[in-house]
Design a protein around this ligand. Structure first.
Ligand code: MOS
Length: 761
């Protein structure tokens, strides 16, 4: 195989880190490699024979390519080939329908499939050249002639033609059937509110651009570094599309510079890079530009109408929540937007509705807490509005209607410590000092407001495999084809393994990010700890049993007549629980057995029979303070307390980072992020980080995270749930509610830019 530079490094904890227990706070073990540049991202891998591909994107939103004018580009010295729908390697099938693999289901966009143009920014050609600069220059010379059709890219002007979604996505739950009579209850109730909500498009914008580096060896084997949330998913897709067997393709993703859902599905640069490598029979790298990061997938533009009604004591009498979201002409993208409104609070009369409008954009895509980020925003702003209509404290209203069970499914929650989140969050924030009336706190030119909101997200578990090898020198290697998209997977998995085996953290190596490792699902849905973490603990338990058997067989073994339940693993050895001084180092067990290493494999299957009797969810209570400059309409979020119930926390520091990151994004959603389309061109215009605003350091102040006590053995054997997404849910609503408390102005759309905050009424 061609040499790859630089070699992958394997993160391991710093020497001297020592013994750890589940729930400990350790710095991420890949931190040093990342900040020193040793950890290489996709586009940093290189081989001596590498060619470079640059993508040309369509400039129209809908129509057909009538001609590609390539002569000028071809004439540039160093240009090797130009691929397009007219000229590309044979594919076995481009009409992929994901249903077997773990990526979100559906019929994804097929690059270079035909002359048809389905959205502005669609890849229409790939220029391959000896250098990146040559490819980029030649790509600028490609001219495309189109026959243009009229397009529709505005959700709000197309609401009238919404349709029921087709249910292609595994795990998608359509809104439940109505309960009671929500319309009649609304009419009859003494206190009611209603409002329309609008959320614009958001793009993921991970720091690392999507890229694929395809390294081709002499025998034609492809080693692909891909920006993906699952190496095995990308491997499967390449095999399906190009008819290349499992042994012909290896996909790696040892380090990922953020993804947030944009790497759940393999993106078009992967298919194009492989096409390039097959065409040229050499290694090829394709990196998208920041602008091109706006040419696939986004959080969908969504319109919602919410109606809530209550008795004068605050008892909810009616919940009606309707959402209409955009999808593409390519397929139906679905997410759970309104279902939360039937789960969060107890109400006997609930009516929920969700439909889609197909637009001439790329298909929307999961983005951190997909669906909940919008649906919970509407519900939680609506609850705030209802509290003012009732003259009731917003937190008291939520407690009044606290749901002990999921009414729609008529099931209990596996665990739900939301009440503790409310109590501890309120106490930490000082909520009891909050004056009820809006516009009652002011300092200098700034109005001060306090708002709160609740959050909920799923606690999922999928299936995974893990392998563990304990070496004679006491090093433990555990592996699974998991991903670490910056969330701390290396750290938490190493910690779970080290804690299980009683080994120092630096003696544990956790290998991930390679499609040849034991099966792991996509890193998505906040499920990696419950899934891969449980597999890691499971394989360690098998290893423990093997060690116990070997220890029993040692000459004069003090463990000879012990049962497995009577031993524990700590301080680098196995010991009797009741007499910890009776201990043997794990290295001694292997030495006596004359084994260089011992190995175990484990398949973690979720206990579906047990799990189906419960609704499994994580919860949050978010409290925030804003300061609004009345003259300029600018909002500063000066204080956030986020109290989270997510089962047992495995790795306290990285878990806290997940919540802080979610809060930062929630503030960003609340105040900054929106991709604007020019509907005349059918094109996203602010496709760069100077015009697509995200929260920066100056926007972020005090963020306090509380993990309340919870232990959930139904979601996972670890007692853990997941923390990847819940940190974002509820934040934008809490900010919106705080803005109302500060100003008396109700803003029902995000981002809450100064024009909206200052608008009359
Ligand atoms: Mo996430 S949107 O579950 O990658």
């Amino acid at each position: 195989m061609s040499a790859i530079y630089p070699a992958d490094i394997q993160p391991v904890a710093e020497p001297g880190t020592g013994f750890v227990a589940k729930g400990d706070s350790v710095s991420r073990i890949d931190g040093r490699a990342k900040v020193t540049g040793q950890a290489c991202y996709v586009a940093e891998h290189v081989t001596p024979d590498m060619a470079h591909g640059v993508v040309v994107n369509s400039t129209i939103a809908k129509g057909r390519i009538t001609a590609l004018h390539l002569d000028e580009a071809r004439a540039v010295p160093g240009v090797l080939a130009i691929l397009s729908h007219l000229h590309r390697p044979r594919t076995r099938r481009l009409d992929l329908f994901y249903k077997d693999m773990t990526a979100p289901g559906g019929s994804p966009f097929k690059p270079f499939h035909s002359e048809g143009v389905l959205y502005s920014g669609q890849p229409v050609a790939l220029v391959l050249a000896e250098t990146f600069e040559t490819a980029r220059y030649a790509a600028s010379l490609v001219r495309v002639s189109y026959e243009e059709d009229s397009h529709q890219t505005s959700l709000l002007t197309n609401l009238y033609r919404s349709h029921e979604p087709s249910r292609l996505k595994a795990g998608y739950s359509p809104p439940p059937k109505p309960t009671g009579d929500a319309e009649a209850a609304f009419e009859a109730a003494p206190v009611k509110i209603q409002g329309d909500f609008y959320h614009g498009v958001e793009h993921h914008n991970p720091l690392e651009m999507h890229a694929s580096t395809v390294i081709r060896s002499e025998d034609g084997h492809l080693t692909i570094y891909d920006k993906t949330q699952s190496s095995q998913n990308s491997r499967w897709v390449v095999s399906q599309v190009f008819g290349l067997g499992k042994d012909k393709v290896t996909v790696k993703n040892p380090f990922i510079g953020g993804a947030f859902g944009s790497g759940l599905r393999p993106q078009y640069q992967l298919i194009l890079a492989v096409m390039g490598a097959l065409e040229l029979k050499r290694s090829v790298r394709v990196v998208l530009t920041r602008q091109q990061m706006f040419t696939f997938g986004h959080r969908p533009e969504t319109w919602q109408r919410l109606k809530l009604a209550a008795d004068s004591d605050g008892t909810l009498k009616s919940v009606m929540h309707e959402a209409i979201a955009e999808t593409s002409r390519i397929e139906d993208y679905v997410e759970v937007v309104v279902n939360w409104s039937g789960q969060m609070y107890h109400c006997d009369n609930v009516k929920l509705d969700y439909s889609l409008v197909a637009l001439d954009h790329y298909t929307p895509m999961d983005m951190r807490a997909p669906g909940a980020a919008h649906g919970m925003h509407a519900l939680e702003v609506g609850m705030d509005e209802l509290s003012y209509a009732l003259g009731m404290d917003p937190l008291a209203l939520r407690l009044k209607n606290y749901a002990e069970r999921d009414a729609a499914k008529d099931l209990p929650f596996s665990t739900k410590e939301l009440r503790a989140c409310y109590e501890q969050g309120a106490e930490r924030f000082g909520w009891d000092k909050r004056p009820l009336a809006p516009r009652s706190m002011k300092e200098g030119t700034e109005l001060i407001g306090w708002g709160m909101a609740s959050g909920q997200w799923d606690a999922m578990q999928m299936l995974a495999k893990a392998r563990a090898v304990l070496h004679a020198d006491g090093r433990l290697e555990v592996s699974s084809a998991a991903s670490d998209i910056g969330t701390g997977t290396y750290t938490v998995m190493s910690l779970i393994a080290a804690a299980a085996m009683g080994l120092p953290l630096e003696q544990v190596i956790f290998k991930l990010g390679d499609s040849t490792l034991p099966f792991a699902p996509i890193e998505g849905g906040s499920s990696h700890v419950t899934t891969v973490g449980s597999a890691v603990e499971g394989v360690c338990e098998k290893l423990q049993k093997k060690l116990w058997k070997l220890a029993k067989a040692m000459p004069d073994s003090p463990f000879e007549i012990t049962r497995f339940s009577e031993v524990e693993f700590a301080n680098g050895g196995m010991q009797l629980i009741k007499m910890p001084n009776t201990a043997v180092p794990l290295t001694a067990i292997l030495a006596h057995a004359g084994q260089a290493s011992i190995e175990e494999k484990y398949l973690m299957l979720p206990n579906a029979l047990k799990q189906k009797n419960y609704v499994r969810a994580v919860h949050s209570a978010v409290f925030c303070e804003v300061r609004v400059d009345e003259d300029f309409g600018t909002v500063r979020v000066t204080r956030v307390v986020s109290a989270i119930a997510a089962g047992q926390i495995m790795s306290a520091k990285t878990a806290r980072s997940q919540i802080v990151g979610g809060v930062v994004w929630g503030i960003s959603q609340a105040l900054h992020e929106e991709t604007h389309a020019d509907h005349g061109l059918g094109r996203f215009m602010n496709h760069n980080l100077s015009e697509y605003h995200v929260a920066v350091n100056a926007d972020i102040h005090d963020i306090d995270v509380i993990f309340v006590e919870e232990d959930d053995r139904i979601v996972s054997r670890l007692g853990a749930k997941g923390v990847g997404e819940i940190g974002l849910v509820g934040v934008a609503a809490a900010v919106s509610n705080a803005v109302y408390h500060a100003t008396g102005r109700r803003v029902r759309s995000t981002p809450m830019t100064p024009d909206k905050v200052m608008a009359p009424g």
